[in-house]
Design a protein around this ligand. Structure first.
Ligand code: 5FX
Length: 554
């Protein structure tokens, strides 16, 4: 804006997420001009994924996705978008990838990438480029022993967190790489380069291996978060020769490379179009939501639910994650992640609300705040936070309204409307409890809600009551691809100026004229109700602690 971006230029942002590949196109005024998506299960049914993934039926927690499906999705998406968007006007591209997922290029990977034939689709050319055809993704929970080994190598979980921003998590890429090295040494030895989902698609776009960016790199348990370099101690504890397979790190606003001739010839992109480093989906959402004030929180409601904010003084702990901020090298983002997000809400909707969001919302509106003391814990997948296995747990707290010492009774089931309120209150009480414990402010200044479920007003109202702050929404729930398009514009500007430029320069005081502005959806809930929820949060955290002691992964 303010003349910093050419008015006739376009900026293209992708989001390669768990269930789909999306694209958002911004013009030089930061207004969305087009968007498109490819849904994996329905548009690429030959991969036979369910929700974009394969779950190991033996229940060992292994969850992967077919790497080639992501490639074919790019073929299909670019075809779909070409009738709507003049690719010749796109001056910069960036993207977002589900965090932590990894791709293993074999010894032919680079040669294949650098000689793509524009007459053929990508999928058939990349078929033989990988040493393993199925990529471990963020939903995987099969690497508990590798996590403990990495923590031990640096003196414990807290030490690993101080060094890398997180204790070891099963879905993190370092433990995943170690598991491949231990269980499939041939695959590991045959691997020339390891990419994250983000750097993987950037590699295809530039026709060469793209660097991993420092922000998504922090989701691997391998990077020294302060120095922003690979930690030699942890690399050695993970697998031999790993540094070479990872390549260099790069800041998120840096240029990954020029678009490859494949896309120039096949889709008529201009030769000078640059690809800005791709990053993780949550960091891109942070950018897309223009989060820039400590005290603002974002809640992203998608396949995973995440809560994040920014800080200049991170204090990594045993809970949550710290990543470099993708649009401000001087500060960090802090984040909590829940695996049981939209798919678990949908499960309750299907079981209790006639598979209808209207009925679900009617039940939510009809039941009282605090749910008469009915508290539920719903883990359809092994949960990350808290680390609990698949299972549903329901309790009734007596006298919840009077704030007296209550008796807690475990029960087998709730009536359908109470079950609906129990999952929604349960998810947000947990977010509030863990966000407070992680040092995020309470009540926050404001919450910006994004992701598919942020369209649901009944859910937003519950967030405003439980957190006691106003809730804002953005024009479009797909903040990750929007954030990627914005980062494309930001990277383009930094490159043009030859120095880092604060991202706010792009919109100045004209944010409300762009597609990035947020609007008030609900004011803060009332103070009396907030204090009752405060009591309920504490009770819930106590019950959760007991569950973790009884059933939790260490
Ligand atoms: C973040 O740490 C996560 O694991 C998830 O939010 C994934 O990024 C979802 F794609």
């Amino acid at each position: 804006m303010a003349g910093l971006l050419p008015s006739d230029a376009l900026f293209l942002g992708f989001d390669s997420s768990t269930q789909s590949l999306k694209a958002t196109v911004l013009d030089g005024n930061l207004v969305i001009v087009d968007s498109e998506s490819v849904h994996f299960d329905t548009e690429l049914p030959h991969y036979r994924t369910k929700d974009g993934v394969y779950r190991d039926p033996s229940g060992n927690g292994r969850i992967v996705s077919p790497t080639l499906m992501w490639v074919e999705a790019l073929d299909v998406l670019l075809e779909k978008l070409k009738s709507k968007v003049d690719y010749g006007k796109v001056v910069a591209i960036s993207g977002s990838g589900q965090q932590h997922g990894s791709v293993y290029w074999n010894k032919h990977g680079k040669a294949i990438l650098t000689s793509l034939d524009p007459k053929k689709p990508l999928r058939i050319q990349l078929e033989d480029a990988f040493s393993v055809r199925e990529s471990p993704i963020w939903m995987d929970s099969s690497t508990t022993s590798q996590c403990r080994e990495l923590e031990k190598a640096v003196g414990g979980a807290l030490e690993l967190s101080k060094l890398t921003g997180s204790r070891a998590y099963e879905r993190y890429t370092g433990p995943q790489i170690r598991k491949i090295y231990q269980t499939q040494p041939d695959v590991y030895n045959d691997t020339e380069r390891i990419s994250l989902v983000s750097s993987f698609i950037a590699s295809i776009l530039i026709g060469n291996y793209a660097s991993i960016d420092e922000t998504d790199g922090a989701g691997m348990n391998l990077m020294d978060i302060k120095q922003r370099v690979w930690s030699k101690t942890i690399l050695e504890a993970t697998a031999p020769g790993l540094e070479e397979k990872l390549g260099h790190l790069a800041p998120a606003h840096a240029v990954a490379g020029l678009i490859s001739s494949y896309f120039v010839e096949r889709f008529h992109f201009q030769k000078s179009c640059i690809v800005i480093q791709w990053s993780g989906d949550n960091p891109n959402s942070l950018a897309g939501l223009t989060l820039n004030t400590p005290g603002d929180l974002a809640i992203s409601l998608g396949t995973s639910d995440t809560v994040f904010g920014i800080t200049s003084e991170p204090q990594p702990s045993l809970e949550g994650h710290v990543f470099p901020n993708p649009v401000d090298p001087n500060c960090y983002m802090v984040m909590l992640v829940y695996k049981n997000g939209s798919l678990t809400r949908e499960d309750v909707r299907n079981r209790c609300a006639e598979s209808s969001w209207d009925t679900f919302n009617k039940y939510l509106e009809r039941t009282p705040s605090l749910n008469g003391g009915k508290l539920g814990f719903y883990y359809k997948e092994h949960e990350i936070l808290p680390p609990l296995p698949v299972g549903f747990h329901r309790y009734v707290l007596e006298n919840v309204d009077s704030l007296n010492e209550t008796k807690v009774l475990e029960v087998q089931e709730f009536d359908p409307p109470s079950e609906v309120r129990a999952i929604i209150e349960g998810q947000f009480l947990s977010m509030r409890g863990h966000a407070e414990r992680f040092g995020m402010p309470t009540p926050p200044n404001r919450i910006i809600a994004t992701g598919g479920a942020s369209k649901n007003e009944s859910i937003l109202k519950s967030i405003a009551s439980i957190f006691g702050c106003p809730v804002y929404t953005v024009q479009r729930p797909d903040s990750a691809s929007l954030g990627a398009a914005l980062r494309a514009a930001h990277g383009w500007l930094c490159n043009k100026e030859g120095r880092f430029v604060p991202i706010s320069c792009l919109y100045g005081d004209k944010l409300d004229k762009t597609s990035l502005s947020a609007k008030l959806a609900f004011p803060a809930g009332d103070a009396d109700l907030l204090s009752k929820y405060t009591v309920l949060v504490n009770k819930r955290m106590q019950i959760e602690k007991n569950l973790v002691e009884k059933l939790g992964r260490s």
